[in-house]
Design a binder for this molecule. Structure first.
Ligand code: ADP
Ligand code: GN1
Ligand code: MG
Length: 370
């Protein structure tokens, strides 16, 4: 598709939704690795209203109708809970916008799927922790989200990506990518490949605990990066959990762990200077405290004890997914430079090594809050 054709597609998509006022302009937005996100500015009389328009990645989410059905049921559930506690459901959860045909998604003539949300104003989604309080607030919000979903009926949810955090299955996919080596890249990343092979048993641990019933299956977010939460510009509090595409049954320790591997990293996820990459133990403790406060008693002792394993497993799994994508020719995660997925893999790998060095301290911190 040429740029002009793509612009026509976006125009048609914007116009398919019931926005307030006239569309003034739109532009690409955010740093997500999966969907194409745009901010749409509209004007009615003298007031402006903004929206988030997203082209859903239907190669990754192969059943967009089911994805939207999940988001509709989760946001509907959350709205009721927010209303009950006197909160603002327009701001504290995602609000889908109807199309002119009365649906929550628009399928264009070439089979792309689009959706629109009200823009959450006066709030920021962060790529890195600015101050400890940001991370604490994100922890409380994700913990709260976990607690609220305890009473959500999991049978209402479709599995949008099968085996999403099934680390042993991810490991098999990785081995296959190494074997096939379609881009002839395996020889140049032998060190990284060997690292994951040497960590096979570590990567199976949480899945085994789930299988033997030691860890409960819950409804979880599954993509708890710091930039998937909106922080209020004035109060500094977590306002809204976003990016609900992967809300599915999963492990709470993985929601915890995914936040740690992204937010408690002293560097950004794609940092090339690995000497900057460390696990910040102070941030780790901040998140443990906030997450457990947010969950407010809904986690078992075993889950709390295993939080460090959740962090290490998510860093291992995510790094292995980046490496798999590098080996397969960068077809999954959006890349902006040569070797981008490899850089991302290396930060995660470095983080795992640092966690291994700080393992006793991580465990001690968690036990303090049990
Ligand atoms: P991806 O799955 O590609 O990560 P997200 O749904 O997380 O897509 O959206 C990408 C970015 O767009 C977010 O990190 C956030 O900055 C912004 N964003 C998404 N939804 C909203 C919203 N309703 N209001 C304001 N910003 C949003
Ligand atoms: C993707 O969509 P985004 O950018 O929030 C990915 C996560 C990874 C993350 C790594 C659906 O998250 O699983 O942890 O990139 N989402 C999907 O940054 O695969
Ligand atoms: Mg996101």
């Amino acid at each position: 598709m040429t740029r002009e054709e793509f612009c026509v597609k976006i125009n048609t998509a914007v116009e398919a939704f019931c926005v307030e006022g006239e569309i003034v302009n739109y532009k690409q937005y955010g740093n997500g690795h999966i969907n194409d996100t745009f901010i749409v500015n509209c004007q009615k009389n003298q007031t402006s209203k903004r929206y988030i328009l997203q082209r859903m990645n239907h190669e990754i989410f192969t059943e967009p109708e089911k994805l939207i059905a999940n988001i509709e049921s989760v946001t509907h559930f959350l709205k009721t809970r927010i209303q009950e506690k006197g909160g603002d459901p327009e701001r504290e959860t995602l609000n889908l916008v109807y199309t002119k045909e009365g649906k929550y998604y628009y399928k264009d003539s070439i089979g792309c799927y689009w959706r629109m949300y009200n823009f959450i104003e006066d709030a920021a989604s962060l790529e890195q922790v600015r101050k400890k309080e940001d991370f604490y607030q994100s922890a409380v919000s994700f913990g709260n989200f976990q607690r609220l979903l305890t009473s959500f009926d999991a049978s209402k949810l479709y599995e949008t990506i099968p085996d999403f955090h099934n680390t042993p299955v991810r490991y098999q996919t990785f081995l296959k990518a190494v074997k096939e080596d379609v881009c002839n890249r395996a020889a140049s990343v032998k060190k990284e490949i060997d690292f994951y092979i040497s960590h096979k048993e570590d990567m199976e641990l949480c899945a085994k605990k789930l299988a033997d019933g030691a860890l409960p299956l819950r409804v979880t977010h599954n993509d708890t990066k710091l930039n998937n939460i909106m922080i209020d510009n004035k109060t500094g509090k977590g306002v809204c959990v976003i990016d609900l595409d992967t809300v599915m049954p999963g492990l709470a320790i993985f929601d915890f762990g995914d936040s740690i591997r992204f937010g408690a990293n002293t560097a950004v996820e794609d940092e090339q200077d690995l000497s900057k990459v460390h696990l910040d133990l102070e941030l780790f403790e901040t998140y443990v405290k906030g997450y457990l406060e947010g969950c407010s008693g809904s986690l078992t002792d075993m889950e709390i004890e295993m939080l460090p394993y959740g962090a290490k497993t998510m860093a291992m799994e995510c790094g292995m997914r980046f490496l798999t994508d590098y080996l397969q020719g960068d077809t999954y995660f959006r890349v902006h430079r040569e070797g981008h997925n490899l850089d991302r893999c290396r930060t995660q790998l470095r983080l795992v090594e640092d966690m291994e060095m700080k393992w006793d301290e991580m465990q001690k911190i968690v036990l303090k809050y049990r």
